[in-house]
Write a protein that binds this ligand. Structure first.
Ligand code: GCU
Length: 354
């Protein structure tokens, strides 16, 4: 082949490579997306809630703030589980295929065992204790950073309330005996499965997006989540009795790929982190409003959902062994339990706040 022809081919390939971009959801993404070499970096964040869910609202607001703050950054949010299950999106963050995701701490457990503590039953016994620990514990920060060699770190958390059991049958669940023989959907983490089984039910792990159909078709009798699942995910159309077992407070966690961090300047990374932390604070109020609205809406459905407050002692006792075993596993685990206990508020304060 003549030298000039080879040169021509090489130049054409080069021009094509520079121009290569792909179109996704109406947006154009350059394949070479490095803010240090080019002007713009598009940060892509995926999550599994809708845009009206309080977490969806918070993530959209965060994206707006980040885009406005830095001329060279644009953040695009992909809601409604478009990129698959939470486990799938974590893997995509690890590979750098997407930059960030918001997932339940439970989904992180199979990647980083330390996340197990957040799904441990009754490790938090009040909203105040949970919020104080999430906002102030240095050990939580250690967990956030412990995943660096797995290709991501956590930036912050978002309130996701308490998790309680709700069933298609309208009845209060007062003890493990009431759950005997009931198939209860759990998150896929081993700790979530063990929790539901220890509470007396038969745990049926499945993806969040399958829960509505599971309840409707009777593959499961019950599910467990905070109150917004009744309205935002329409579970209140098919489940009729919501019992405040409050067995877990599992935070939502915002993670970012280390491949993305490498592409950002230190200032850009710091600014993203600061905005995310501000959103954690703003999210609290959005969350409280959304939970109150979800309860009101569910109570006023044509076939209303009943809410039952119970004495949680039988469930706390039934799951004690799980907390003991966790603490005995390692010094770090024992420290975590001790640390979380130190954020406990006394009963009187908790009642006054309710
Ligand atoms: C909560 C959480 C979601 C999670 C879901 C679940 O709604 O915010 O991130 O997917 O629980 O039960 O799977």
């Amino acid at each position: 082949m003549k030298r000039s022809l080879i040169l021509k081919i090489v130049s054409v390939v080069f021009i094509i490579l520079i121009g290569v971009s792909f179109v996704f959801d109406g947006k154009i993404y350059p394949l070479y997306n490095d803010s240090k070499d080019s002007d713009d970096y598009v940060l892509r964040l995926a999550h599994n809630q809708s845009t009206t869910h309080p977490v969806g609202v918070t993530l959209d607001d965060m994206a707006k703030e980040i885009t406005e703050e830095d001329n060279n950054l644009e953040m695009v949010v992909y809601p409604n589980g478009q990129f698959g299950s939470e486990e799938n999106t974590i893997e995509q963050v690890q590979m750098g295929a997407i930059d960030m995701t918001k997932v339940s701490a439970a989904a992180l457990e199979s990647f980083i065992p330390e996340y197990k503590v957040f799904s441990l039953p009754y490790v938090f016994t009040s909203a105040e204790q949970y919020q104080n620990a999430m906002n102030n514990s240095e050990l939580v920060q250690e967990i956030y950073n412990s995943s660096e060699d797995q290709g991501f770190i956590a930036l912050t958390w978002f309130e996701a309330g308490q998790r309680s059991i709700y069933c298609t049958e309208d009845e209060a669940l007062e003890s493990p005996e009431d759950l005997a023989g009931k198939k209860v959907r759990s998150q896929s983490s081993q700790t979530s499965i063990d929790t539901i089984n220890a509470m007396g039910a038969s745990a049926t792990p499945m993806s969040f997006s399958e829960v509505y159909t599971g309840l409707q078709q009777g593959t499961i009798d019950c599910a467990e989540n905070n109150e917004t699942a009744l309205t935002e995910n329409s579970h209140g159309e098919v489940a009729k009795g919501y019992t405040y077992t409050e067995h877990q407070y599992v935070p939502d966690v915002l993670i970012i790929s280390t491949k993305t961090i490498d592409k950002l300047t230190d200032e850009q990374f710091q600014s993203i982190k600061d905005i995310a932390l501000e959103e954690t604070e703003l999210h609290e109020e959005r969350w409280t409003t959304a939970v109150n609205e979800a309860i009101e809406k569910s109570e006023n459905l044509e076939k209303p959902v009943s809410f039952y407050r119970i004495d949680k002692t039988p469930f706390i006792e039934a799951t004690q062994e799980m907390r003991d075993e966790f603490a005995a596993e390692s010094d770090f685990n024992a420290q975590l339990i001790e640390d979380f206990d130190s954020y406990e508020v006394d009963d009187t304060t908790s009642e006054v706040n309710e």
